[in-house]
Design a protein around this ligand. Structure first.
Ligand SMILES: Cc1cc2nc3c(=O)[nH]c(=O)nc-3n(C[C@H](O)[C@H](O)[C@H](O)COP(=O)(O)OP(=O)(O)OC[C@H]3O[C@@H](n4cnc5c(N)ncnc54)[C@H](O)[C@@H]3O)c2cc1C
Length: 499
């Protein structure tokens, strides 16, 4: 196919670099809009961070994301293509959502129903249910006031700022907490430090630090508690699988094991195609779903890069232990959080010292309760994750050994059993491994962090201001990382291309 892509077809020919969830969703949208779409993927299969893995003994894991919110954004893609989403992809609302284990031994269940959750908090922590409901309602109002504007439109087109809806959202910003941090907001709302810790954790949903991130991010709990957390039938990987099936039905071509080496640019600063080891291809547009930093550094090495944007601090990364566990733990659900004693110390370690604290909060995701084929009968598949800094050359082998011991100590103590002998299979994914598999700069999970007030405006736009025909989707650009925002980036790119 080299050198023939665009010329043989009257439809606009668009290349997408990367088959991450943002790239797949963009491919679907552009195919529906009549483009001829080719997706170039460096790996042997699709999904990027949203991949799956199997370990000996019959354990299957979702490799990356585990929490799924705003499922209608996936449904929208099937409907856009005139399909019934339920013919491709099914999911159920999770209830309970999360099992919390605090350092002092307190256990708390986050129920899907807000009132039931608030009553549980009153019973276990003593904070009046009315205070919890008032906080969640405020989180919902903040989300409703801003999400439509800040997440669903390009912030980098003058036209965005002309609509009355956007002006209203901008006017609402000061009351949403641009001058205080998330942690300060939660401290003002609750006197129980455990509840503050519980809501502070939502900063990690986009790889940020609650002690630095603006209070605006206190709207994140609304996604889970107001709208809901969901579990896709078959696990998270089913999202990518079902969308790739749709994309293929729409005629999208996926070229695996074909990393893009260069984005080709004409003398007039127009993108003309791309180059891989197999040759050069002409395209009318190129959409990069690859992290924006390596896109500039490696694929556009001869072009000036937006240095200020690329220098934004990175989000956190993750250290994940995938464990096949030879026993069932009925007290655990799909999402389980084992909090550390000193949350502040944990974030100082990640964001100031670029290391992992000795007592990190541990997240355990278990899908075999909902998808029994994910583990042999009587066993479980544990995805055990710690928030860690992005890779800056730390001694990861040493950090992995030290953190594995800390995690085993914490989990064994909380569950009252020695966990180590129950591990039947194991795989570890660390920040350098995440970077190597997905090209994400430093293995950061969500591109840049949201640790300052202007972070939303400092993310790279969904288009290049300098190179015509170059667009960007995925977690490293606007509106941000995480499955829902990557899906929204695809919507913004396809809207920009329509314009
Ligand atoms: C451990 C972990 C836990 C997470 N937890 C959650 C969660 O619970 N909920 C949530 O919503 N989100 C979560 N996330 C974040 C979420 O997974 C990501 O934001 C999202 O999947 C990123 O999608 P993307 O479109 O940016 O593409 P990516 O997944 O980053 O994929 C980019 C693709 O581009 C390909 N590529 C790179 N360079 C090239 C090249 N030169 N040529 C061709 N192809 C190339 C890569 O191989 C890759 O397939 C998590 C991520 C991780 C890693």
């Amino acid at each position: 196919m080299p050198d023939s892509a665009a010329s043989s077809s009257p439809a606009a020919a668009t290349a997408i670099i990367g088959a991450g969830i943002g790239g797949i969703a963009t491919a679907v949208r552009l195919a529906v809009a009549g483009h001829r779409v080719v997706v170039f993927e460096a790996q042997e299969s699709f999904g990027g961070k949203m991949h799956q893995l199997e370990l000996p003994g019959g354990y299957r894991f979702d490799g990356g994301p585990s929490l799924f919110t705003l499922p209608h954004l996936v449904d929208d893609l099937f409907r856009l293509a005139g399909r019934d989403p339920r013919d491709y992809f099914r999911y159920q609302r999770l209830d309970p959502i999360t099992e919390y284990f605090f350092a002092d031994g307190t256990r708390l269940t986050a129920w899907a129903d807000e009132e039931k959750f608030a009553r549980e908090i009153e019973a276990k922590l003593g904070t009046p249910a009315a205070d919890v409901l008032a906080f969640l309602a405020r989180s919902g109002r903040a989300y409703e006031a801003t999400a439509g504007t800040f997440l669903q439109k390009s912030l980098h087109k003058a036209g965005t700022y002309l609509s009355p809806e956007v002006l209203k959202a901008l006017a609402a910003l000061p009351q949403l907490g641009l001058t205080s941090t998330m942690h300060q907001r939660h401290q003002a709302a609750f006197s129980d430090p455990r509840l503050v810790q519980l809501f502070d954790r939502f900063a990690t949903y986009n790889g940020s630090d609650p002690y630095q991130a603006p209070a605006t991010l206190s709207m994140i709990p609304h996604l889970e508690h107001g709208i809901g957390a969901f579990y896709p039938e078959g696990g998270i990987y089913a999202i990518a699988q079902s969308l790739v099936r749709l994309a293929q039905e729409l005629g999208v071509e996926f070229r695996y094991c074909e990393p893009v080496r260069e984005i080709l640019v004409s003398a007039g600063s127009r993108v003309t195609g791309l180059r891989t080891d197999q040759g050069s291809y002409q395209f009318d547009q190129v959409v990069s779903n690859m992290d924006v930093v390596p896109t500039y550094r490696h694929l556009l090495a001869a072009q000036p890069a937006p240095e200020r944007t690329l220098a934004q601090p990175r989000s956190s990364s993750a250290l994940i232990f995938y464990w096949g566990i030879g026993r069932r733990f009925p007290e655990l659900g799909v999402h389980n959080i084992f909090f550390s004693e000193d949350y502040k110390r944990e974030f100082e370690a990640i964001f100031r010292e670029q290391t992992i604290s000795a007592d990190p909060t541990v997240y355990v995701n278990i899908t075999s309760g909902h998808t029994p084929t994910d583990a042999p009968a009587g066993h479980e598949n544990w995805f055990v994750m710690i928030n860690v800094p992005h890779d800056q050359g730390q001694d990861w082998p040493a950090l992995v050994v030290q953190t594995r011991a800390a995690v085993l100590r914490r989990l064994s103590q909380a569950l009252g059993t020695d966990l180590a002998p129950l591990i039947r299979a194991e795989h570890v994914w660390d920040p350098p491994g995440i970077a190597a598999r997905t090209s994400s700069f430093g293995g950061a999970l969500y591109g840049s962090s949201s640790n300052n007030t202007l972070a939303a405006f400092l993310r790279h736009p969904n288009f290049s201001g300098r190179l015509k025909g170059l667009y960007f989707c995925g977690g490293s650009v606007h509106p941000g990382g995480g499955i829902p925002l990557c899906l929204l980036s695809a919507q913004i790119v396809s809207d920009l291309l329509k314009d």
